[in-house]
Design a protein around this ligand. Sequence first.
Ligand code: ANZ
Length: 839
Amino acid sequence: MKRYNPTEIEKKWQDKWEADGTYVTDLGDTTRPKYYSLSMLPGITGAGIHIGHGRTFQFADIKARLKRQQGYNVYHPIGWDSFGLPVENYAIKVGKTPRVAHDEAKAHFIAQLKRLGFSYDWSKEISTADPEYYKWTQWIFTQLYKHDLAYQKEQPQWWCDTDNTVLANEQVEGGKCWRCGNPVTKRNLKQWFFRITAYADEILEATDDLDWTDMVKTMQKNWIGRSVGAEVEFAVEGRDDVITVFTTRPDTLFGATYVALAPEHPLVSQLVNADTRQAVEAYVMAAQQKSDVERQENKDKTGVFTGSYAINPVNGQKVPIWVADYILGGYGTGAIMAVPAHDERDLEFAEKFDLPVVQVIEKPENSADAGCYTGEGELINSGDFDGLRSEEAREQVVAWLEQQGLGRSKTTYKMRDWLISRQRYWGAPIPMVHVDGYEPIAVADECLPVILPEVENFKPTGGNTSVLAQVDDWVRVWVDVETGKTVPITEPKPAGDNWYEGRRETDTLDGYACSSWYFLRYLDPHNDAEAWDPMRINHWMPVDYYNGADHAVAHLLYSRFWMRFFYKLGLVPTPEPFKRMMYNAYIMAPDGQKMSKSKGNVIDPMEIMDSGYGADALRVYEMFIAPYDMDAPWDPRGVPGTYRFLNRVWNLVQEFVVADTSPSTNPSLSDPSSSTDSSELLRLTHLTIKKVTRDIEDEKFNTAVAAMMEMVNGLYKIKEKHGVQASEIWRFTLESLLQILAPFAPHITEELWQELGHSDTIHVNHWPKWDEKYLVSDVMTIIVQVNGKLRSRLELPADADKETIEQRALDDEKVRAYLDARTPKKVIYVPGKLVNIVV
Ligand code: ANZ
């Protein structure tokens, strides 16, 4: 009997699949149903992938493999998120150019992914840093610009001193840079934005209907952060100024006992007097040093009185105006009406500074809320509005304010427009040219791509521009201000009135821009006439299955924004890019900590495969380790365990092959020695086919593996009695097992499939079907009632007919005792369940 040697067979099959183009997709084939399965575009970093990444990639691979085996035309591409901060920082670290560092790291990535046996279509690889790709990223930018969805604006921006660039809001996590983890500050700069807020409502409203991991949907909704409320105007006493506040609770207006301004609020400096000026200025300065997160999380509220008062429009009451850093400058109007009785932050503040607390909402009797009551209820102390419920009061108060010209209903969003320019070298140049006296000019389609020039020193300067600003011959360019056509400055100026010398935009695009549309380019990666052929996209979009464990907000939100834009242009068939999106949990290091290079607890899949266990045992354990959505620590005993399991499968098939080819033990192919064996085999096989099929569909990969392990245990029990027979049923059993195991362990199953005499691959068009008839148990339990009362239970063959069952019920001893010789009036049979005898 041959021994299982993964090292030998895995390489052999990987080479064969590549040579045969087993996983190459004919994207033009529309005769079969399509299935587009995708893992998030991997970013290239030096270390390559660890087992946690490997697991994440495997989910989409298994989905793809299931569908390919089921006969779908499956597309499972791979490519690289090559532009952006991570690669450039890595290049700086290793002292190479981004291009060289990227290419070397990519080679390592590819080696890892190939060893793991993923079923990618390598013939359609893309990289966001290839000019053939970023030409279209730039083209999309110009389209957004032409549709007023890309614009330039000067305002304070998040700035990372370590990475020397501005960052988008989505890239600042808890006041820190997403890339290096260092605290960020603000710089006043003119920057490029995408107007993602234009689609805030649409995206928000579409979110609930998405078939996505709930956590991700919630994060998206919270990020967009729609708040429905009102703006209310408070006049400043003794001045012409008006403070407009944003509130979600206009029903609490009578309880407003002070007004608070963010330190950045423009009125602050005007509301101070000789006595308060110094303290207020010092307070404002101090607040600038704090991040928004710090300001919001601080329990110990701080603030300072301006010396001025405002008038509550609803009751004419005079309330003090404070400056407090728990009010954020960038949200709402940067000013609030404070209602300490019904808002916890305001109560903390009021208690600290001894400000009045006026209750205006009656706390319901059954409310469990201790202390500050923030819920809804009946209005009190609110003049004419007393007795109304909160919801109704909100409408009426706002209606009254509108009538008086003192307020209006208002919806605000937490989400801001997406800042997409970076003062870094390694990115797609923003395809714009500046000419004095003109709006920025989009480079004409025929002059794209704007190639990223090669530079000697690409490192960020820390100044307000990228190093591209120093490439004079590139920055200066002849431009036709009407058409956006460009000609290098080194050539003669073209004839015509519209030609001017311009300056190219020297900021580059955020890497997230490049990865916001790659799933479309995958479908037409070699098209040099357009970004994609809409016919292709119509057939293949949306992505059927999308998986990742990162970018729950930024990437997914940006992709949804771009997709919606393309949809409006009629370039894609649906507004949402990802039909089903699943966000998986993490593999922790064996010590329970997050795997990271700095902690030195990273496990490289190569190590495990090199130690002789092979990719298949690793792959099976990656799925077996835990449910999809539960973090789990890596157990070093796991792979040896799944390796033993695969050995058991291997040996079982070997035994069959021996029996099948040896004439003396081949008595009857279709007639196994025991019919109990055959019904057990059939039941076990059909049950497992059903379970594994359903489990993969529901992302219950761990229980799918467990079911196959149970099946193999069952097969060994049957084998112990009569050995493995060279029968049709054993063959069916083993072939089915290989087929359902194939997505998890593609190499061993392919090898054994061939040993069973097949010459085609197991991975295309081979998925077994289960038959419910084998799943029903052979006996059923029937309840017998007399006049509706349970009197007996019968064990009967599952295929017993109505007459037999009724007769057995009437003959039953216990039943006869209750019948007491009376003749039944009626016998009611509920199939498979009960017999009720009415007397
Ligand atoms: C009065 C009030 C009474 C409020 C009450 C709440 C409860 P969301 O839901 O997050 O949108 N607010 C408004 N602008 C703010 C800013 N720039 N910085 C900090 N807080 C701000 O929250 C809206 C509520 O947060 C608003 O409603 C306002 O406080 C506060 F019983 O107004 B509220």
